[in-house]
Design a protein around this ligand. Structure first.
Ligand code: CU
Length: 136
């Protein structure tokens, strides 16, 4: 009887060991699932709404840098004034106007329609002009 019981317990241990072995490959199957999850989240951000494009223009040494820029529709352009003199980012058509930007100040505008957008700086109109060309 005693021998039989120990045989049973050995069997149980063996079964447990087997179970441990069969559950061991679980991480291997979990790994591809992680990859799928990553791929799915990448798809989610890529699909539907297109990633918002952003472009930066520096206002430096009394000029817009770059002062001629082509972007896709939906792009947000952000101007940053690097000068210690105040500047503005003012649309020729009145579409946008940053107002006076002090040093380090930024102004952003999102171009949703294709077209050619010219702008200038109010205090320095004659020498500070820029163009944003927006394409579909
Ligand atoms: Cu200016």
């Amino acid at each position: 009887m005693k021998v039989q019981r120990s045989i049973v317990s050995v069997f149980v241990l063996f079964a447990l060991a087997l179970a441990a072995c069969t559950t061991a490959p679980a991480p291997t199957t979990a790994a591809p699932m992680d990859v799928q999850a990553t791929a799915a989240s990448t798809e989610a951000s890529a699909g539907g709404q297109p990633a918002a494009a952003a472009v930066a223009i520096n206002i430096q040494n009394f000029s817009f840098d770059p002062n001629n820029l082509t972007v896709k529709t939906g792009t947000t352009v952000t101007w940053t004034n690097m000068d210690s003199v105040n500047h503005t980012v003012t649309s020729d058509t009145g579409l946008f106007d940053s107002g006076e930007l002090g040093k380090g100040s930024t102004f952003s505008y999102t171009f949703d329609k294709a077209g050619v957008y010219t702008y200038y700086c109010i205090p320095h109109h004659s020498k500070m002009q820029g163009t944003i060309t927006v394409t579909d």
